[in-house]
Design a protein around this ligand. Sequence first.
Ligand SMILES: [Fe+2]
Length: 296
Amino acid sequence: MSSMNAYLKEVFKWNKEMRDFLESENIDENNELWGKLDRITNVMDGITDQMSTDQLEEISEQVEELHEEMEAYFNDRLQLGNIYVNETSVPIGQHVLPPLPYGYNALEPYISEEIMRLHHDKHHQSYVDGLNKAEKELEKARRNSDFSLVKHWSRELAFHGSGHYLHTIFWNNMSPEGGGKPSGPLLKQIEKSFGSFEKFKNQFTAAAKEVEGVGWAILVWSPRARHLEILQSERHQLQTQWDTIPLLVLDVWEHAYYLQYKNNRGDYVANWWNIVNWQDVEQRFQHASQLKWKPA
Ligand SMILES: [Fe+2]
């Protein structure tokens, strides 16, 4: 009986972990998996001290069966191979510099190796460090209920956080095999929102060239308006349009081109089009377009 008790304890634990997991995965409440877990819970609730060995064995068989069904579900649907997987998240102050998805010289001749090394290893790293510092300082402020510097650290959080996230998108927005034009639903949406790919390209180019001071040109999808827009962001975080999702971004800070193009931002922008990774942009659009807020 003691081994049966230990087994039941394990099943209770597993049941709880599965519920936590389904919640973390945002599995719809009508999904059959919830029903299976409820059945396990009901079976477990029905267990009493007076049950015979046969009854307990029958219960354990039912539980095993449901367990196998759920394993199969996750293997098929998510290829996780292991149901005890939780969503990963970045702990406070522990952002890391993601590696470039290609070599430092891969974008030559359009962007030099020297620029890429400096831009990625030094500039992007400093945004990661700044973001981590701001998150930790704000955590400390919450812990001590001392928000006297909240304005400063919130600004740092916005500046370095935007710098980190935008550069992360930017690296993946480019590829040595880039160039050409998009296809499929993204191309259709570009034509719908801007008239044609050429008109989109002209507006994006003009916006990038005309960013005041330092900043970015950004193609975004608006889940609310349900169309694409081109924005200019000064520095990393100013003049953005919140509640939108960046799809394609171009860094027009001087550090992104000055060593090679000097003050000729126009040539940099014109050449940049040769390395746009449209497959990545298409994928971002596919994901972004799943998000649909109530139109307003
Ligand atoms: Fe940059």
